[in-house]
Design a protein around this ligand. Sequence first.
Ligand code: UDP
Length: 237
Amino acid sequence: MKTIHILQVPVSITSYEEIIDIISKTIRNNKKFSVVSINLNKVIKANESNEVMKIIKSFDCFIPDGISVVRTSKEINDRITGIDLFNRICDEHKKIGAKIFLYGAKQEIVETAKNNLIRKYNDIQIVGIENGYNKDNNYLVNKINQSGANIVFIAMGSPKQERWIYENKNKINANIFMGVGGTFDIISGKLKRAPMWIQKLGIEWLYRTMKEPKRLKNVPLQIKYYLKLKKERRNIK
Ligand code: UDP
């Protein structure tokens, strides 16, 4: 899997098929594989903090999740979003032999997300859940280990979820670690994804700001980095 760098942030040149294949093999061979999705906000956070940059670089796969990231380099053919990869893994849960642990979001959200997944796939193995507000990390690590999960999805926002993976993946017997941001909110039906035309314009961040005004404070940096990426597009071909 080739990696390029956009404003110093790694981005993988890959596809859903390749990642699903790696995930299956990683589980079969009992190895570890961690996935981070790269979008405008990750680019901002990594460039504004050495610690976040170090954490992001510790991952194995950097999916090009944000359209403004995808458009920056001609080498990136496919946009791979966190939520679509999550859905693909669930679609292929049998082939992968997935035993899934959902960690993050509010209690009722993660419960509804689990129930919706079971309703959709009926024989999917969701071996455990935990909300993202439980502060007892030892309890959580033990709970995940006892569940026998081989895939842990972490939905706590960034960089919280990436930091948690960085600090805990070696304490946990699971194989696959992936930060999925607001995915449980969407799977539970609490939040709707931006319409496709907004995604295509590359302004999903603006849509999310309008839906969740607490994001307003991020807008100046988002505009600054949005323009930086546009400039970068001329440099990276
Ligand atoms: N969240 C969590 N624990 C926390 C903070 C956030 O579980 O301490 C959850 C929150 O409930 C939501 C998800 O993380 O389901 C994504 O949060 P947010 O939208 O703030 O993250 P972003 O997508 O902006 O990184």
